[in-house]
Design a protein around this ligand. Sequence first.
Ligand SMILES: [Zn+2]
Length: 187
Amino acid sequence: MADFINKGITAWNKRRERDGKPALKLWVIISKNPIDRARHATDQAKLIVGHKSWTCNSSHMTNSARHVYVTFNGKSNIVWNIDRLKSRIGSNEFAFLISLYAMGMNRAGLYNFKGSRGFLPNSKDPYHVELPQSRMEKADPQITRCFAEYARLTRIDGKTRNTEFEKIRAFRKFIVDFEARLKTSMP
Ligand SMILES: [Zn+2]
């Protein structure tokens, strides 16, 4: 996917050069950060507490997701808010980039963070791409492990709750039992 997008940008810059337009120094990179690749249940829970994730059933936990970042003006300047690029590179260029990214995802058969097709540039997790059907079964013990770690962090360690995450039905069930057990175990 990244190769396809980068080749597309190179070809596009060649056309721009012919038209006397400046090349755009855009690039995409696949994150090498281990947390953006395979992820343990306890690390997933920490990310939920940090409002970086909103699920205990992430494709990262089956090592089936990656982050493909857009960078600007060199390889290390990751564009965290892709919307900001619109004013910097121009709306035609921006539209091209968006469609190229979407095409790259589709060609590679990759899904977005919602587990569906298509690039979601204005979402809270635009650069997350995952393999289709790569989430765990609902009964997977990793999910329970993640719930338990999140509950420990927020109910025992006093970390701030992630209200959006806590709307998940399976978690609501889990936390009722967890809090009941916590009460009975308190002196
Ligand atoms: Zn991700």
